[in-house]
Design a protein around this ligand. Structure first.
Ligand SMILES: [Fe+2]
Ligand SMILES: [Fe+2]
Length: 251
């Protein structure tokens, strides 16, 4: 399987997996036109759409894409039903697309029904985890979000994180504000700034690297607790909660 992405709206990515036969799947198409254009240019035959959650910047293109390619199956959690989903997925489901197994993980927190899709080595995690950060938590589901991120971090270290937004620079600015002496985060920030200036992307990242540069995956580190003015006795979840709230007010 090969992977490609396009940038739409302001900072959303639509991801595509495709194979040598020209079959493809589409993840979170927030718009239809650029997706249809790419499929026609590449002469792909789209087989499926995977939706992670019910926000319009992830679902807005589904209807017109299905009108153009009616053979597509649309997979998504229950909360996306109104966007043309014809196969509802939930935790533990294994779905076969392009002859590959996709495992469905329930990853709530950003929305109450958010799911992620894993097919080795790719994880499509929507708005749950970003490079250097994590998604906003709505409906007060902080513990759910924490557990979702822990679940993602338990996947193999070489898993590619195919996140839905280009938020890396802003995430790293916040991390540097909190941990100004963190060498790796500073180096990563400089590298990504330059990549974006050249019109490139920061994604996909991968799990082993995020465990080093993403503070939301380092919530059990004493140095982070110190940097945040928290007691050493704070639990990993308490650090996560503080971090997420700080980030909400910071940006
Ligand atoms: Fe979202
Ligand atoms: Fe989003």
């Amino acid at each position: 399987m090969m992977i490609k992405k396009i940038l739409i709206l302001v900072d959303n990515y639509v991801w595509f997996l495709y194979d040598i036969r020209g079959f493809c799947l589409i993840v979170d198409p927030g718009l239809s036109e650029p997706v249809i254009q790419l499929i026609e240019k590449e002469k792909w035959q789209p087989r499926a759409i995977l939706l992670t959650h019910n926000h319009i910047d992830h679902t807005g293109g589904v209807q017109k894409i299905v009108e153009r390619f009616p053979q597509i199956t649309v997979f998504g959690p229950k909360e996306t039903k109104q966007y043309g989903v014809n196969k509802i997925v939930t935790e533990g489901d294994k779905i076969i697309i392009l002859d590959k197994i996709f495992y469905v993980f329930f990853t709530p927190g950003h929305t109450s029904g958010h799911v992620s899709y894993y097919s080795n080595p790719y994880l499509f995690c929507g708005d749950t985890l970003f490079s250097g950060g994590c998604g906003r938590v709505y409906l007060n589901k902080y513990l759910e979000m924490y557990n979702s991120i822990q679940k993602i971090s338990s996947l193999p270290n070489n898993t590619f994180l195919c996140c839905s937004h280009e938020y890396t620079v802003s995430n790293l600015k916040f991390s540097i504000f909190l941990c100004p002496d963190d060498k790796l985060i500073n180096l990563y920030f400089e590298k990504i700034k330059n990549r974006l200036i050249l019109g490139k992307s920061s994604l996909p990242s991968y799990i082993l690297f995020e465990k080093k540069v993403n503070l939301f995956l380092r919530t059990n580190e004493d140095s982070l607790k110190r940097a945040m003015g928290l007691k050493n006795s704070c639990t990993s979840f308490e650090v996560f909660l503080n971090l997420r709230l700080k980030k909400d007010f910071w940006s």
